[in-house]
Design a protein around this ligand. Structure first.
Ligand SMILES: [Zn+2]
Length: 163
Protein backbone atom coordinates (compact mmCIF):
# COMPACT_ATOMS: atom_id res chain seq x y z
CA UNK A 1 0.00 0.00 0.00
CA UNK A 2 1.32 3.37 -0.98
CA UNK A 3 1.19 6.02 1.70
CA UNK A 4 -0.27 9.48 1.09
CA UNK A 5 -0.76 12.05 3.87
CA UNK A 6 -4.34 11.80 5.04
CA UNK A 7 -4.70 15.46 5.88
CA UNK A 8 -5.16 18.07 3.20
CA UNK A 9 -1.59 18.86 2.15
CA UNK A 10 -1.93 20.14 -1.40
CA UNK A 11 -3.16 23.60 -2.29
CA UNK A 12 -5.23 24.12 -5.43
CA UNK A 13 -2.16 25.62 -7.13
CA UNK A 14 0.02 22.63 -6.20
CA UNK A 15 -2.73 20.31 -7.40
CA UNK A 16 -2.70 21.78 -10.93
CA UNK A 17 1.07 22.14 -10.98
CA UNK A 18 1.58 18.48 -10.07
CA UNK A 19 -1.22 17.29 -12.37
CA UNK A 20 0.49 18.91 -15.36
CA UNK A 21 4.07 17.86 -14.49
CA UNK A 22 4.64 14.74 -12.36
CA UNK A 23 1.12 13.49 -13.08
CA UNK A 24 1.19 14.45 -16.77
CA UNK A 25 0.84 10.94 -18.32
CA UNK A 26 -2.60 10.37 -16.78
CA UNK A 27 -3.55 14.04 -17.20
CA UNK A 28 -2.80 13.80 -20.94
CA UNK A 29 -5.07 10.79 -21.29
CA UNK A 30 -7.74 12.85 -19.51
CA UNK A 31 -7.17 15.84 -21.83
CA UNK A 32 -7.58 13.65 -24.91
CA UNK A 33 -10.73 11.99 -23.59
CA UNK A 34 -12.14 15.39 -22.58
CA UNK A 35 -11.34 16.81 -26.04
CA UNK A 36 -13.09 13.88 -27.73
CA UNK A 37 -16.17 14.36 -25.54
CA UNK A 38 -16.17 18.12 -26.11
CA UNK A 39 -16.00 17.51 -29.85
CA UNK A 40 -19.09 15.30 -29.59
CA UNK A 41 -21.05 18.00 -27.79
CA UNK A 42 -20.55 17.04 -24.14
CA UNK A 43 -20.32 19.92 -21.67
CA UNK A 44 -17.88 19.80 -18.76
CA UNK A 45 -19.00 20.32 -15.18
CA UNK A 46 -16.98 21.15 -12.10
CA UNK A 47 -16.48 19.23 -8.92
CA UNK A 48 -13.86 20.36 -6.42
CA UNK A 49 -10.73 21.02 -8.47
CA UNK A 50 -11.76 18.65 -11.25
CA UNK A 51 -13.61 19.02 -14.52
CA UNK A 52 -15.88 16.15 -15.34
CA UNK A 53 -18.10 14.88 -18.12
CA UNK A 54 -21.19 12.75 -17.88
CA UNK A 55 -21.59 9.90 -20.34
CA UNK A 56 -23.75 6.78 -20.37
CA UNK A 57 -25.79 5.25 -17.60
CA UNK A 58 -25.17 3.10 -14.54
CA UNK A 59 -21.50 2.35 -14.95
CA UNK A 60 -19.85 4.42 -12.24
CA UNK A 61 -16.92 6.66 -13.00
CA UNK A 62 -13.36 6.82 -14.24
CA UNK A 63 -10.61 9.23 -13.26
CA UNK A 64 -7.83 10.65 -15.47
CA UNK A 65 -5.78 13.32 -13.73
CA UNK A 66 -7.79 16.47 -13.00
CA UNK A 67 -10.56 15.13 -15.26
CA UNK A 68 -13.06 12.45 -14.56
CA UNK A 69 -15.85 10.80 -16.44
CA UNK A 70 -18.97 9.46 -14.85
CA UNK A 71 -22.41 8.08 -15.46
CA UNK A 72 -25.26 10.56 -16.00
CA UNK A 73 -27.07 9.59 -12.81
CA UNK A 74 -26.14 12.05 -10.05
CA UNK A 75 -23.93 10.53 -7.39
CA UNK A 76 -22.01 12.58 -4.89
CA UNK A 77 -20.08 9.48 -3.87
CA UNK A 78 -18.73 8.92 -7.38
CA UNK A 79 -17.64 12.59 -7.65
CA UNK A 80 -15.87 12.51 -4.27
CA UNK A 81 -14.22 9.17 -5.08
CA UNK A 82 -12.99 10.19 -8.55
CA UNK A 83 -11.72 13.53 -7.22
CA UNK A 84 -9.78 11.46 -4.67
CA UNK A 85 -8.11 9.55 -7.53
CA UNK A 86 -7.10 12.96 -8.96
CA UNK A 87 -5.25 13.69 -5.70
CA UNK A 88 -3.59 10.24 -5.90
CA UNK A 89 -2.31 11.14 -9.37
CA UNK A 90 -0.46 14.15 -7.90
CA UNK A 91 1.45 11.81 -5.61
CA UNK A 92 1.91 8.74 -7.79
CA UNK A 93 2.57 10.63 -11.03
CA UNK A 94 3.86 8.32 -13.78
CA UNK A 95 3.20 5.28 -11.54
CA UNK A 96 -0.51 6.10 -11.30
CA UNK A 97 -1.56 3.81 -14.19
CA UNK A 98 0.32 0.82 -12.73
CA UNK A 99 -0.46 1.44 -9.07
CA UNK A 100 -4.08 2.51 -9.40
CA UNK A 101 -5.75 3.00 -12.80
CA UNK A 102 -5.07 -0.40 -14.38
CA UNK A 103 -5.62 -2.51 -11.22
CA UNK A 104 -8.76 -0.47 -10.54
CA UNK A 105 -10.26 -1.08 -13.99
CA UNK A 106 -9.39 -4.80 -13.85
CA UNK A 107 -11.02 -5.06 -10.44
CA UNK A 108 -14.04 -3.09 -11.67
CA UNK A 109 -14.57 -5.60 -14.50
CA UNK A 110 -14.11 -8.55 -12.15
CA UNK A 111 -16.70 -7.02 -9.82
CA UNK A 112 -19.22 -6.63 -12.63
CA UNK A 113 -18.69 -10.21 -13.76
CA UNK A 114 -19.19 -11.56 -10.25
CA UNK A 115 -22.32 -9.49 -9.80
CA UNK A 116 -23.74 -10.75 -13.10
CA UNK A 117 -23.12 -14.31 -11.90
CA UNK A 118 -24.92 -13.49 -8.65
CA UNK A 119 -21.83 -13.98 -6.51
CA UNK A 120 -21.15 -12.12 -3.29
CA UNK A 121 -19.01 -9.02 -3.70
CA UNK A 122 -16.28 -7.77 -1.40
CA UNK A 123 -16.71 -4.08 -0.46
CA UNK A 124 -15.57 -1.87 -3.34
CA UNK A 125 -13.37 0.28 -1.12
CA UNK A 126 -11.87 -2.80 0.53
CA UNK A 127 -8.71 -2.58 -1.55
CA UNK A 128 -6.20 0.13 -0.56
CA UNK A 129 -6.30 2.31 -3.69
CA UNK A 130 -10.10 2.56 -3.75
CA UNK A 131 -10.41 3.17 -0.01
CA UNK A 132 -7.68 5.78 -0.23
CA UNK A 133 -9.42 7.57 -3.13
CA UNK A 134 -12.68 7.84 -1.18
CA UNK A 135 -10.83 9.01 1.93
CA UNK A 136 -8.81 11.62 0.03
CA UNK A 137 -11.89 12.84 -1.82
CA UNK A 138 -13.68 13.33 1.49
CA UNK A 139 -10.68 15.05 3.07
CA UNK A 140 -10.27 17.48 0.20
CA UNK A 141 -13.79 18.00 -1.07
CA UNK A 142 -16.10 16.30 1.42
CA UNK A 143 -17.78 18.87 3.62
CA UNK A 144 -17.62 22.10 1.67
CA UNK A 145 -19.16 20.98 -1.58
CA UNK A 146 -22.59 19.95 -0.36
CA UNK A 147 -24.09 23.16 -1.70
CA UNK A 148 -22.40 22.60 -5.03
CA UNK A 149 -23.90 19.13 -5.19
CA UNK A 150 -27.40 20.50 -4.59
CA UNK A 151 -26.91 22.80 -7.58
CA UNK A 152 -25.51 19.97 -9.61
CA UNK A 153 -28.51 17.75 -8.94
CA UNK A 154 -30.86 20.59 -9.77
CA UNK A 155 -29.27 21.14 -13.18
CA UNK A 156 -29.30 17.40 -13.73
CA UNK A 157 -33.01 17.02 -13.12
CA UNK A 158 -33.69 20.08 -15.25
CA UNK A 159 -31.83 18.69 -18.22
CA UNK A 160 -33.16 15.16 -17.84
CA UNK A 161 -36.59 14.03 -18.82
CA UNK A 162 -38.50 12.67 -15.83
CA UNK A 163 -38.89 8.90 -15.90
ZN1 LIG B 1 -11.88 4.11 -7.91
Amino acid sequence: MAVIPEEKKLSKKQFYLLSFTWGLPTTLAGCLTAAALRATGHKPKKFGWCRYYEVGSHWGGCSMGPFFFKQKEPSRHICVHEAGHAIQNCYFGPFMPFLVSIPSSVRYRAHRLRRRRGKKLPPYDGIWFEGQATKLGRTYFGEDHVFHEAQEQKTNTESEKPE
